[in-house]
Design a protein around this ligand. Structure first.
Ligand code: FES
Length: 130
C-alpha cells in the first residue's frame, strides 16, 4: 500500500490533535468496517461577513482525537487545517473527494477512513445548530 508524501507528513506530525475542554460542539463517529472511533471538538465564534454584513458562525479552533489508522489520522489532520476559519455552512460543504485531493490521494482500500473525520465534523456542526 503506497501513501502519498502528504499523507505520511500529516500522519507523522498530525496538526490539531487533542481536546478542546470548553468546546462549543463535539461530534463523534465510528467506522463499522474497522471499529475505529473519531472525535472532533469545535470552538465557534460569531463574526460579521464584511461583504454581506451578516453575522456568521465561524470555526475558530478545531481538534481531533482518534483511535484510527494512519489514513484516518492524516485525513483528520488535513481536514482540521482545511476547515479552520470556514463558516459552518462552508465546512458542511466539504467533501471526501476534496480531502483526498488535498492529500494527493489515498489507497482505494483506505477511502472509507476519510469519511470518519468528515462524519464527526458534520455531527459536531449539526449538534451546534441544534
Ligand atoms: Fe479504521 Fe482506517 S482502518 S479508520
Amino acid at each position: 500500500m503506497l501513501y502519498s508524501k502528504k499523507v505520511l507528513k500529516h500522519f507523522q506530525n498530525p496538526h490539531n490533535q487533542g481536546v478542546i475542554k470548553d468546546a462549543d460542539a463535539v461530534g463523534e463517529a465510528g467506522n463499522l468496517k474497522c471499529g475505529d472511533i473519531m472525535k472532533i471538538y469545535l470552538k465557534i465564534k460569531k463574526q460579521e461577513n464584511k461583504k454581506t454584513k451578516k453575522q456568521e458562525n465561524v470555526i475558530k479552533d478545531i481538534k481531533f482525537e482518534t483511535l484510527g489508522c494512519a489514513a484516518a489520522i492524516a485525513v483528520s489532520s488535513a481536514l482540521t487545517d482545511m476547515v479552520k476559519g470556514m463558516t459552518l455552512d462552508e465546512a458542511m460543504g466539504l467533501t471526501k473527494d476534496k480531502i483526498v485531493e488535498e492529500l494527493d490521494g489515498l489507497p482505494p482500500i483506505k477511502i472509507h477512513c476519510s469519511m470518519l473525520g468528515l462524519e464527526a465534523l458534520r455531527k459536531a456542526i449539526s449538534e451546534y445548530k441544534g
